[in-house]
Design a protein around this ligand. Sequence first.
Ligand SMILES: [Ca+2]
Ligand SMILES: [Ca+2]
Length: 251
Amino acid sequence: MTPFAPGANNAIITRMNRLNRLITPATLVSLFSLWLAAGPALAQAPAKASTGGKLVPIPIQLPKPMFEGTPTNLTVPNLQKPLGRPRDPFLAPAGVVNVAKGKPVTSSDSEPVIGEVEQVTDGDKKGAEGSFVELGPSVQHVTIDLGAAHEVYAVLFWHFHKSARVYMDVVVQLADDAGFTRNVRTIFNNDHDNTSKLGAGTDMNYVETSEGKLVDAKGARARYVRLYSKGNNANDLNHYVEVEVFGRPAK
Ligand SMILES: [Ca+2]
Ligand SMILES: [Ca+2]
């Protein structure tokens, strides 16, 4: 007796033929189309679930560039390579706008060397002299009070874009109170050696450009936004041209 009787073999072949008939090229094509159609829907499902609606590019208005080309002579460690093209649009729910414009700003340096802290949210993003506030040396911060709790989707900021510079130990935080004691969340931190004592960060250093630095805040709920820095590669002072907070009032 052989383990596979001719009859059993025939049964298997018949079953395989039936399968072959079911999986025709046409079946495969329609299965592939179904997968193609389902793919983007599946990919967008988490975003839809968390924001409850259609996502559109946030309305960013960039200032004119103040310098051309890519700087090559910067000797800063852990430096992010320039993208070499404009940044991709940043998507958020429709109706998300810059909610920081004209909002009150406080700073660790109450008497700026040049300019006023109000310039952080005055809407002027030009990089020229007169369009930035200069804060003193070492670790300094600015805090923006949005006036009420907001869903924050992105924080976009320009320290200085008159020339290619790298600002050191940039940390961006959200909180529920002005003193940053309640529900403090760090959404960007490139102080990799924790010299500012806010915790070590893993984000990279970057070169300031007219595009500004955009940090994803993922719809976090907060009233206060704070940005730290610790001088830059050219001097130990801290500058801000503008900070924008893209969000909408929290429900
Ligand atoms: Ca400004
Ligand atoms: Ca550091």
